[in-house]
Design a protein around this ligand. Sequence first.
Ligand SMILES: [Zn+2]
Length: 161
Amino acid sequence: MTPLTEPAIRASFVNCTKGEVKRLALPRDLAERPWADLDFLGWRDPAAAERAYLVAESGTGLLGVALRVAPQTGRVRRSMCSLCLTTHTGDGVSLMTARKAGRDGRAGNSVGSYLCTDLACSLYLRGKKNAGRRLDESITLAEKIDRTRANLAAFLQQVVG
Ligand SMILES: [Zn+2]
């Protein structure tokens, strides 16, 4: 994706109040992010383990969502990310919940999905970051990337409503 600036990121959030947007912690290493290999920008708030953020290009421009990360249960288990379909053991996958945008969100509605805990789906897909294992599939990397982007678009669509 195209490298993003701090103002562009802050302006992209659809499910936060203005105050939340102003306070949210952006990645400190924006300039060093591997933009060319990213399908979306995702990060955890280093000061608040339960907060995560995701920003992606959409048909209508940049779209950012704030996520709540469900606490880990501590049990060793294996689970799969619903975006990139990478399987992790332990706490590599977390349930993340996004408040819906607009009136739905104010009414308390949210959308949840199991995502890579570090939101590094793009890097797992490309083999730039190692996960325990991946599905043994015969489709190409380009097809996997397309599928991940489609999964992400569907998730974001649910948030936007
Ligand atoms: Zn993933």
